[in-house]
Design a protein around this ligand. Structure first.
Ligand SMILES: Cn1c(SCC(=O)Nc2ccccc2)nc2c(=O)[nH]c(N)nc21
Length: 282
């Protein structure tokens, strides 16, 4: 299973790690803020990206719009100003697959031109123009399921059958992508843990994740440090490493090929052990 990510090829025959680089001023989740003094500090960004690559990340995920419940909406220009310089700097200085976490058509187009190798859209290309913008880039696209909108999605999530409904949504988005000229070989499916789901929904999706995607479509799982770990283990965001590592391994055992995480080195070690035990001959 290989993905053509611009000038890089991503080999997904084994699970890989996507390191999170938060280019938003409120990077509460990964601690590192790159906005010392109000302006984006590209030197800090590059150092963090370099560290994650050294630790074994195969992909660096760059996002400029926080999806935290209650986060202020970001203008298109603001998102461009946050994301494009970071993509350019990493692309020019470090050889890595850069995924751009955006739902905005202009950011998709500009990021691809700046060297991004993967489009990571938590809204599965539903925003106006996003589908055509993605089609025009030739890049792989991660389609993630979200029920509702970030501001209200966690108020009362409800499904009759969460696994069936999430799977059906992703397959419907795949059909739409194919009709827009995005070949299914460019697609990644993602259940969207924590995006309009209760803990029971999240656990059911993890248990049955393999059912969500056809065999030829890789799965991405984003579980790292998320609130479900906080609630289930009663842990603050900076005490969620054990829970995050456990879920990363469980997700890899259930078919996830890309793990989106804050703690790259630890997750790389966990996945190496999982591969040695579960796939001895590879
Ligand atoms: C951009 N993005 C996000 S941001 C949410 C987050 O990390 N929250 C969070 C992080 C740390 C603590 C609490 C919450 N989650 C996903 C995901 O699950 N899949 C894909 N594809 N992209 C994603």
């Amino acid at each position: 299973m290989k993905l053509n990510c611009g000038k890089h090829t991503l080999d997904l025959s084994r699970p890989v790690v996507m390191g999170i680089l938060n280019a938003t001023p409120d990077s509460f989740s990964d601690g590192g803020s790159y906005y010392a003094g109000g302006a984006l500090n590209l030197d800090l960004v590059l150092r963090r990206a370099e560290q994650m690559l050294r630790e074994g990340a195969a992909i660096i995920d760059v996002g400029g719009e926080s999806t935290r419940p209650g986060a202020a909406p970001v203008s298109e220009q603001e998102e461009l100003d946050r994301v494009v310089p970071v993509v350019e700097a990493i692309s020019a200085n470090l050889g890595a697959v850069i995924s751009v976490d955006t739902s905005t058509a202009a950011v998709i187009t500009a990021s691809a031109a700046a060297g991004a190798g993967l489009i990571n859209d938590v809204r599965a290309l539903e925003r106006p123009g996003a589908l055509d913008a993605a089609a025009g880039t030739d890049l792989p696209v991660c389609l993630m399921h979200m029920q509702g909108q970030p501001g209200s999605m966690q108020q009362a999530p409800h499904y009759d059958d969460v696994v069936a409904e999430v799977g059906a949504y992703l397959r419907e988005r795949m059909r739409t992508c194919e009709e827009a000229g995005i070949n299914r070989a460019r697609l990644i499916f993602d259940p969207g843990f924590g995006f309009g789901k209760t803990d029971e929904h999240n656990l059911a999706l993890l248990r049955h994740m393999a059912q969500l995607a056809p065999a030829d479509i890789p799965l991405l799982a984003g579980l790292s440090r998320k609130s479900m770990i906080g609630r289930l283990l009663q842990r603050e965001v900076d005490e969620r490493l054990p829970g995050s590592l456990a879920l990363a391994m469980l997700a890899a055992q259930r078919g996830a090929r890309i793990l989106r995480v804050h703690d790259v080195a630890a997750t790389v070690d966990v996945l190496k052990m999982q591969q040695l035990v579960d796939n001895p001959n590879q």
